[in-house]
Write a protein that binds this ligand. Structure first.
Ligand code: ZN
Length: 274
């Protein structure tokens, strides 16, 4: 199969989604931001930039490369069975989304992974840029994991491209600080992770943080018993972030990069919350 160059497509969709959501966040915000946007955006966008460079340098388009390599060699379950493309796409997409959900649960449950993932949760507000705030090692671990999944399952290259694009757009959407009418949120969350659905996951209350792990589809939380319909406090008053990290100097770019080396773990991991 001809290699797919999806970089321009991916970037155009990313930028279009980002600008649209940023405009709605300004004109129809769900919550009043508790901190000036400028400092958080600098931190979050710097991490994005660093992550993009790192992932490109270390892995290139490796998830897609793994899909192309596996399909050329007939590796993986989906390369063994004869299915029409739409069926193969739906199966591959559901499989990847469920496995990403599981990875997210494990990132909260295992202290070693939580120390990287807590950088994402340390944001004191949630908006479209929070979707991009990941520690570089959290990002790399996720990429290696997805490469393994794609190769093992034999997921079709176009399914991988579309999944990555939809995952990015969905992360931007469900982290955005946009106000949706309750009826719209209710309808949408029957199928997908909405901003209010995911906001519960960014609560500073450990039992709320350890719920609503889904990134695209909302079913996995409902099926696996990790779904929480609402936070204890109203959405516009609930506290976002981590209880242990609320000071500006602890949340600077430099502090966040080094945070996993000696984190204050608090009560967030599943193990400690029990
Ligand atoms: Zn999380």
């Amino acid at each position: 199969m001809k290699p797919i160059n999806h970089d321009y497509l991916r970037f155009a969709i990313f930028l279009g989604t980002f600008i649209t959501l940023a405009i709605f966040e300004t004109t129809r915000p769900r919550r009043k931001l508790s901190n000036p946007r400028i400092g958080r955006w600098f931190t979050n966008l710097s991490l994005t930039f660093a992550n993009e460079l790192l992932v490109k340098a270390v892995l290139g388009g490796a998830a897609l490369g793994a899909a192309e390599y596996a399909s050329e060699r007939g590796w993986g379950f989906l390369n063994d069975v004869e299915l029409s493309w739409p069926v193969e796409f739906v199966l591959g997409f559901l499989f990847l989304d469920f496995m990403v959900y599981l990875q997210h649960v494990v990132a909260h449950a295992l202290p070693f992974l939580w120390r990287f993932h807590m950088v994402h949760h340390s944001d004191l507000d949630v908006d479209v840029t929070t979707a991009l705030r990941f520690h570089p090692l959290d990002m790399l671990i996720s990429m290696f994991y997805r490469i393994g999944l794609v190769a093992a399952m034999g997921i079709d290259p176009w399914t991988v491209v579309l999944f990555e694009i939809i995952l990015n757009a969905s992360l931007q959407f469900n982290h955005s600080n946009i106000k949706l009418a309750p009826v719209v949120d209710g309808r949408l969350r029957q199928f997908v992770a909405t901003p209010d659905f995911h906001r519960v996951h960014h609560s500073s209350e450990p039992e709320e943080t350890n719920s609503n792990f889904g990134f695209i589809i909302s079913w996995w939380d409902k099926l696996c018993g990790t779904y929480r319909a609402e936070p204890g406090m109203p959405y516009n008053l609930m506290q976002i972030g981590l209880g242990e990290y609320r000071e500006a100097d602890e949340l600077s770019l430099q502090s966040l990069i080094t945070l996993p080396a000696s984190p204050r773990m608090g009560t967030y991991s599943f193990k400690k919350a029990e």
